[in-house]
Ligand binder design. Structure first.
Ligand code: GAP
Length: 466
């Protein structure tokens, strides 16, 4: 039987379309490009940093600002190294690595053709490569048996570079939340159920990074740990958070049909998880994880309590019980989310015989909300009016002035970077004090008094926010 999800098409057939737009328009650049680049690290350009900041702000708004039961945190990237032993990452945060004996290239076993559907048990089996007769597809080289490759980056703290000075760059932000659990609960006086949210960098020495910003070695996570009563509390919280997190992507414009849930098989679960469901998106390279919702039980808090001897129990005054809270985690990648919004906003249309490329971003996510354009840049009075308006708009929102092309080209340029509204000031504006406001999606134009434009744009932004 065919899965209906197989019929869902991505917004662009070729990833290269987005990669080149992102480079050309200043969203994302290869890192250290003038040195030939560094694998799996990407830099955000002027528009990319706006997009990603807007994504993080929208997440914070939904997860902290609008909720009475969730507070924020910003913990260090470097943590006591013992944290990662306790959390299980030193022992278990590893992928199966194989090496081609002919060319010495290394691969993640589960990404090789013929090994994609292996279970975790099979992936750990030292005889699996030989049994399946797997070879390097390009040169036919013999592959080694899989070995566990730990994904954590190490560095040294202090002036001595010895084993005692090893610290890790965090591979997830979640542990910063667990080790601060008691501090945050006591200072915020929150009662279970409550959550702690954090946005920040994470690092993984991925064996096979790729697909642009989908899998990087340095990336950002947006994670929330929701502390609940054991067992039933976690079951209920999981059922609530899973659809809520999916709805967040839809609220900001991702088409429902390009999202789906996928539950992890028991032997696929991360070492800390009792249950995990991925929210997947239909990327040009297939259905892939966008965000994970995990029931982590009391795994982390119990282990940190045991390792430190600290009491991380919660006392419930209503039932007079002491217990270690269970945790439901929502774990999203800020880069992967920004990439998804970028992909899903992409449209190619034909308008009066010409190709129009549009990024139909939700206005909250668009890098610029409004562009102010002069119809005639040779008329100083028009240019001055434009500058006055753009300065006025900038007090509240991201606005840009552009006079470097004809008006038709300027519109196309703003369409391609997803600016929801363009304001054009022309010769008539000097007489009637009005300007033309053009809508990106409908391309309709309306004449509005210049002095009312800032209010009109802010009202439209508020309406889009809902
Ligand atoms: N705290 C749980 C955790 O880290 P995960 O499924 O390993 O769970 C959560 O990661 C999210 O972080 C993923 O859904 C993805 O959006 C993002 N992510 C993970 N590894 C990534 C990478 N190498 N590059 C970019 N984003 C990544």
């Amino acid at each position: 039987m065919t899965d209906p999800a197989d019929a869902v098409r991505p917004t662009v057939a070729a990833l290269e379309t987005i990669v080149s737009l992102a480079k050309r328009r200043g969203f994302v650049f290869p890192s250290s490009e003038i040195y030939g680049g560094i694998n799996a690290v990407w830099d955000y350009g002027p528009l990319g940093v706006e997009l990603k900041n807007n994504v993080k702000r929208a997440w914070w708004r939904a997860m902290v600002q609008e909720r009475d039961d969730i507070v924020g945190l910003d913990a260090g990237i470097l943590m006591a190294p013992q944290v990662w032993v306790t959390s299980g990452h030193v022992g278990s945060f590893a992928d199966p690595l194989v090496e081609c004996l002919a060319c010495h290239q290394r691969f993640r076993l589960d990404e090789l053709p013929g090994a994609e559907n292996l279970t975790q048990t099979e992936l750990a089996d030292p005889t699996i490569v030989e049994r399946l007769g797997l070879r390097h597809a390009e040169d036919g080289g013999v592959l080694t048996p899989p070995r566990r490759f730990n994904l954590m980056f190490k560095t040294f703290m202090g002036p001595l570079e010895d084993e005692a000075a090893v610290v890790y760059l965090r591979p997830e932000t979640a542990q910063g939340i667990y080790v601060n659990f008691r501090n945050v609960r006591e200072t915020s006086r929150k009662k279970v159920p409550f959550g702690i949210a954090q946005v920040g960098k994470a690092f993984r020495n991925e064996i096979s990074p790729g697909n642009f910003v989908f899998r990087m070695r340095e990336f950002e996570q947006m994670e929330m740990q929701y502390f609940v009563r054991p067992v039933e509390g976690a079951r209920l919280a999981f059922e609530e958070w899973l659809p809520r997190r999916r709805a967040w992507y839809e609220q900001y414009g991702v088409a429902a049909e390009r999202l789906r849930f996928r539950e992890h098989a028991p032997d696929e679960l991360a070492h800390y998880a009792k249950k995990a469901v991925d929210i997947e998106y239909r990327f040009p390279f297939g259905w892939k994880e966008l965000e994970g919702v995990h029931n982590r039980g009391d795994f982390d808090l119990s282990r940190h309590a045991a390792a430190t001897g600290e009491n991380l129990e919660y006392f419930d005054p209503a039932t007079e019980e002491h217990f270690i809270p269970w945790v439901v985690e929502t774990s999203a990648g800020a880069d992967r989310a920004a990439f998804t919004f970028l992909l899903d906003a992409y449209r190619e249309e034909e308008v009066r015989g010409e190709r129009r490329v549009v990024l139909a971003f939700h206005p909250e996510l668009a890098p610029y909300k409004v562009a102010v354009l002069p119809l005639l840049k040779k008329r100083p009075e028009i240019v001055e009016l434009c500058h006055r308006l753009v300065d006025d708009l900038r007090r509240d929102t991201m606005a840009v002035y552009d006079d470097t092309a004809s008006i038709g080209k300027l519109y196309r340029r703003q369409d391609e970077i997803g600016t929801p509204w363009c304001v054009t000031i022309d010769v008539d504006s000097l007489e009637d004090g009005a300007a033309t406001v053009r809508d990106r999606d409908t391309m309709t134009q309306e004449r509005l008094p210049i002095e009312g434009i800032r209010r009109a744009i802010l009202d439209r932004l508020a309406a889009a926010r809902g």
